[in-house]
Design a protein around this ligand. Structure first.
Ligand SMILES: Cc1cc2nc3c(=O)[nH]c(=O)nc-3n(C[C@H](O)[C@H](O)[C@H](O)COP(=O)(O)O)c2cc1C
Length: 126
């Protein structure tokens, strides 16, 4: 499954994406094929503006099949809230959430969640 992601100056999300070892491109480059979006939250449960701009065309939005949220638990109930907000807006599930650049366990669990989701999706569309 292809990954599209957003990552700002601290590049936490970019480092996590690199550890997954899956084909991945920045969301700013568009979403030309079915993809899982990995999205950090920045304040007030917000979806980063860059992400909203990248998804202004329906064709790109429709290619997001699931979301993985990135965040920091210090933000309490707003932990990964932007990812959840985007998932609700797009009508797709959040299949995993992790903090900062993720632990080795996060990498294993995210890959397992992607695998399970991709298998289910293939069954639905078969
Ligand atoms: C100004 C600011 C606001 C943030 N707000 C939230 C938040 O509401 N919820 C959350 O889970 N994480 C929040 N974070 C944490 C980031 O999502 C986290 O550091 C993430 O790893 C950043 O990814 P990046 O380095 O790839 O941009 C915030 C970080 C900053 C700098």
């Amino acid at each position: 499954m292809h990954i599209v992601y957003y990552s700002n100056v601290t590049k936490n999300t970019e480092r996590f994406v690199a550890k997954l070892g899956l084909p991945a491109t920045r969301i700013e480059a568009g979403v030309p094929e079915p993809s899982i979006a990995i999205i950090p939250t920045y304040g007030d449960a917000a979806v980063p503006v860059v992400v909203l701009k990248a998804l202004k065309d329906k064709a790109d939005r429709d290619n997001i099949v699931a979301i993985i949220g990135a965040g920091n638990m210090n933000f309490g109930r707003n932990y990964c809230a932007g990812a959840r907000k985007l998932a609700t807006k797009l009508g797709v599930p959040v299949i995993y959430e992790f903090e900062l650049q993720g632990t080795p366990e996060d990498v294993r669990e995210a890959l397992a969640a992607i695998d399970t989701f991709t298998t289910e999706l293939a069954k639905e569309t078969a």
